[in-house]
Write a protein that binds this ligand. Structure first.
Ligand code: ADP
Ligand code: MG
Length: 350
């Protein structure tokens, strides 16, 4: 800024604001997939079909059989801070994946987005590219929603350059789907790769039935394999309003990298240093330092005891009493391992 030039403060237009917000919400194709699939789950879908091409860079398509969006509501769904999930009065009491009303407008700012949906008798479709929305048109479709996101980041070439190889981006998408599939065992998930025209299935898990415990066991086999299921111990522990369920593997069934640690807080898959640290600490005495435990944990508590609104991507959480949660995980897992005969050195007293 030149000294003699007076700086001008101006209000950015909606499309610039959306592109800036998109930088936080949509880091890579996998984050777009996460936002779209979470929307499908929030819509009560029982089946979610995801198709990607070229690591999600050229195409991400998510089709669900959820409640759909009524034609007249499509422009609203695409505008910033518009959501059907909260009314804004209680940010500490959130039961849905979404609540910020940012994903769709952000995706419309960084890719070519088409939404086709039917809530009632008539379907409708709308297209957005470069933040500009076309007219809502009638469309023939089944009940539910189809979102097509083409050419992600075509409008932000700098971001495009930061993406990794198609293979690495595909792997990140698979990981997102597996984590959401673990969190939602009753929903059918299908992920396909349509690169170059022919389609192959990357992941499939059919919706489980029965009670939660059976459903989780079934989903565990679908996501982590029969091997894990055979080496897994069920968990069930409680402390001061926090409840931990799930499965954790015997120390003999470990991995060379921390790739199979599925952590969920109030039904939401999270990546959280404190929780990962607690998991690690639980195995400290029974596993060498270069090995990593395999586990799928569900921490449930009153929504007011945890804040999920820490980051736009919502994969971080903040507990009101982290020490209590850590203690619950460490002692709950140690107890399960001890019962299975894998006493840690501290309990044996070496
Ligand atoms: P949020 O999920 O935070 O509400 P989004 O931008 O992701 O914000 O979506 C905006 C709104 O569009 C949602 O609140 C919901 O009403 C509607 N919506 C988005 N995706 C779907 C879907 N797959 N099925 C039904 N409604 C949807
Ligand atoms: Mg959303």
């Amino acid at each position: 800024i030149r000294q003699d030039a007076r700086p001008v403060i101006r209000q950015l237009d909606e499309s610039a604001i959306n592109r800036i917000a998109a930088g936080e919400v949509v880091e890579r194709p996998a984050s777009a997939v996460k936002e779209l699939v979470e929307n499908s789950i929030d819509a009560g879908a029982t089946r979610i079909d995801v198709t990607i091409a070229d690591g999600g860079k050229t195409l991400i398509r998510v089709v669900d059989d959820g409640c759909g969006i009524a034609g007249p509501d499509l422009p609203l769904a695409l505008s910033r801070h518009a959501t059907s999930k909260i009314d804004g009065s209680d940010l500490l009491n959130i039961h849905s994946f979404g609540f910020r009303g940012e994903a769709l407008p952000s995706l419309g700012a960084v890719g070519r987005l088409t939404i086709t949906s039917r809530a009632g008798d008539e379907g409708a479709s709308v297209h957005v590219a470069g933040g500009r929305m076309g007219d809502v048109r009638p469309a023939a479709c089944a009940r539910g929603t189809q979102v097509d996101l083409a050419d992600l980041f075509y409008a932000t070439p700098a971001r495009l350059k930061f993406l990794r190889t198609d293979r690495a981006e595909t792997q990140a998408v698979v990981d997102v789907i597996r984590r959401l599939a673990m969190a939602e065992p009753f929903v059918t998930f299908i992920l396909r790769d349509a690169t170059g025209g022919d389609t192959r299935t990357l992941f499939r898990a059919d919706g489980e039935t029965g009670d939660m415990f059976d459903a989780l066991g079934g989903r565990l086999r679908a996501v982590l394999g029969r091997d894990f299921a055979e080496n897994a111990l069920p968990l069930d522990a409680e402390r001061d309003g926090f409840h931990m369920t799930g499965f954790t593997a015997l120390p003999t069934y470990s991995k060379g990298a921390a790739v199979a640690q599925y952590l969920n807080v109030n039904g939401r898959p999270v990546r959280d240093k404190m929780l990962l640290g607690a998991l690690r600490a639980a195995y400290m005495d029974v596993m060498s330092r270069d090995r990593h435990p395999v586990a799928c944990l569900f921490i449930d508590c009153d929504p007011t005891l945890v804040d999920v609104n820490v980051h736009p991507a919502k994969s971080e959480v903040r507990f009101r009493d982290p020490a209590c949660v850590r203690g619950l995980i460490v002692s709950g897992i140690r107890h399960a391992l001890a019962e299975a005969g894998h006493r840690s050195s501290s309990t044996v007293g070496h």
